[in-house]
Write a protein that binds this ligand. Structure first.
Ligand code: PLP
Length: 397
């Protein structure tokens, strides 16, 4: 039995998107900027997709800027705002951002910008009071991840937005959220949620890789990252990738339609897997179990030594059992580094090298969940033969 449980890494492109993309590639291959019929047919496809993606977040279509994916959308949000300023300003992010926010912000830091990284608690939640205290007269952007990809925690984005808005100089502060993991799984409505910028990625919601979008609230001006033909309302130059954008559109429309039934189903499966964990004392759930992505299960191994037993080792064993999951910690020159997310949540290095994520999706069944739990139990019994006490989980403070 093969079980794919890594839907947060990427989702399989859904058949409807594949069919449309094939049609576009073979028949509608015009350049959407051309004014002849070939071009205009392609432009119609891009505009239809813009409407479909906009509907997913209840935005006006003209507020959607197509990009190559979530990474580009995040970079466009950060640098598109920062480049307005000739002098370094202040930006606020959290300690649990995706690298597609953390890395651009590090560059800003090297260029002299002041950066506040809001701490998180042991569940990975930002405290709104910390944001309130961090806002300064020269703050120009707040960017907080909506649903954390490694530990599943969902941040109180509405409250964080309102705090930013109520700061006295708030007219100058933009609010961005990386909603790549949330879109299509939890309702998103930018008419209710006063964000200025919001990132989306096609391949996280059953479109293909290579397309994404940044919602830009009407009136918000960004400095483009790319200079060129001025496509996408002059915010993102470059001929649009019509096949991937078309696939993104249909995928966005279908996931929006299915959310009312699919999200509760995912929550049931997620909680079923968490319930299995109660029989496995060798693992501990990570992240917030209440404010949580519907498709997201994560845990750490409290007995991990970081070397013989770590996240990668478990992922490899699960892979041999035919189950695809992922580990949070990354390798650098062959050495396993602790996950910065688990470290920010207070876990010791050896435990922060042993964070695991299982993410569910449209094809996941109850049988998959039970099979995975059984395999996990057997593998853990082999890897951790002695019952051990859970101690020394968190770093000393
Ligand atoms: C929260 C989050 N933001 C951004 C990205 C990057 O998206 P993409 O792979 O489309 O560049 C990812 C992908 O893993 C993600 O999970």
């Amino acid at each position: 039995m093969q079980v794919y449980l890594d839907y947060s890494a990427t989702t399989p492109t859904r058949p409807e998107a594949i069919a449309l993309m094939q049609e576009v590639l073979s028949q509608q291959w015009g350049n959407p900027s051309s004014i002849h019929a070939w071009g205009q047919r392609a432009a119609t496809l891009v505009e239809r997709s813009r409407v479909q993606v906009a509907r997913l977040i209840n935005a006006p279509p003209e507020a959607i800027v197509f990009t190559s994916g979530g990474t580009e959308s995040n970079n466009l949000a950060i640098f598109g705002v920062a480049q307005h300023y000739t002098r370094p300003q202040h930006i606020i992010i959290s300690q649990v951002e995706h690298s597609a926010i953390e890395q651009p912000v590090r560059l800003l830091e090297q260029w002299g910008w002041a950066v506040t990284r809001l701490p998180v608690d042991a569940l990975g939640r930002v405290n709104p009071a910390d944001l309130k205290a961090a806002l300064q007269p020269n703050t120009v952007l707040v960017s907080i991840i909506y649903g954390q990809s490694e530990v599943g925690t969902v941040q109180p984005i509405a409250e964080l937005c309102h705090i930013t808005r109520s700061y006295k100089k708030s007219q100058d502060i933009l609010f961005h959220t990386d909603a790549v993991q949330v879109a299509g799984r939890l309702p998103l409505d930018v008419q209710q949620l006063p964000v200025d910028l919001l990132s989306l990625s096609s391949h996280k919601l059953y479109g293909s890789q290579g397309a994404g979008a940044l919602y830009v609230r009407p009136g918000v001006k960004l400095v483009p990252l790319l200079s060129g033909g001025g496509q996408e309302s002059k915010v993102r130059s470059g001929t649009q990738s019509v096949p991937t954008i078309a696939g993104f559109g249909i995928a966005a429309e279908l996931i929006a339609q299915e959310m009312a039934t699919e999200t509760p189903r995912l929550i049931r499966l997620r909680d079923r897997l968490f319930a299995h964990f109660s029989e496995m004392p060798d693992l501990l759930p990570t992240g917030d179990l209440i404010h949580r992505l519907p498709h997201h299960v994560s845990f750490c191994l409290p007995h991990a030594d970081g070397e013989q037993l770590n996240g990668k080792v478990l992922v490899r064993h699960m892979n041999l059992a035919g189950i695809g999951i992922s580990a949070g910690a990354a390798c650098s020159s062959g050495t396993l580094l602790p996950s910065p997310i688990l470290t920010a949540m207070g876990y010791r290095d050896r435990v922060a090298k042993a964070g695991i994520r299982l993410t569910l999706g449209r094809d996941t069944t109850e049988a998959d969940i039970d099979w995975t739990a059984m395999a996990l139990k057997q593998i853990l019994a082999r890897l951790i033969p002695q019952p051990q006490l859970t101690q020394g989980l968190m770093a000393e403070v």
